[in-house]
Design a binder for this molecule. Structure first.
Ligand SMILES: CC(=O)c1csc(NC(=O)C2C[NH2+]C2)n1
Length: 130
């Protein structure tokens, strides 16, 4: 009902704000757009579920996320994919792995700092009721 829509609207505002801040962070430039399959033709052979910050924003606007947990699963895909696609010891791989780990830690720190536990519990209740 209307109270539920108000909660989900507030969730979308929070998730857009988090995603916007990540997109503006220069460390995460490689994660802002889908990997270009023309430039990296083998990418989809290695990575089965691509994800990036611009796709997160589209998902938010399409009301894909009813809880922060669902959002976190997709943000986890971004850095997990980067670690999987860049496993080697060469400096470029190491560089992007450091940024992937920074993305993981940054998202967790923001959520821990700024998400009210009671608010997430209300979102989980809405999800269970649907
Ligand atoms: C988004 C992502 O994970 C990504 C974009 S380019 C890249 N890796 C490279 O360009 C090479 C360094 N060894 C492969 N990884």
């Amino acid at each position: 009902e209307d109270q539920e829509e108000a909660v989900l609207r507030e969730l979308r505002l929070f998730l857009r704000n988090v995603t916007e801040r990540l997109t503006l962070d220069r460390r995460f430039k490689a994660f802002t757009k889908p990997v270009d399959i023309e430039e990296v033709p083998d990418y989809l052979m290695v990575i089965k579920k691509p994800m990036d910050l611009s796709t997160l924003l589209t998902n938010i606007d399409e009301h894909k996320y009813v809880t922060v947990g669902e959002f976190m699963s997709d943000t986890d895909l971004i850095w997990q994919n980067a670690l999987e696609y860049n496993p080697d010891s060469d400096p470029m791989d190491r560089h992007i792995r450091h940024r992937a780990c920074a993305l993981k830690d940054t998202v967790r720190a923001i959520i821990k700092d700024e998400l009210d536990e009671d608010f997430e519990r209300v979102c989980e209740e809405i999800k269970e009721s649907r």
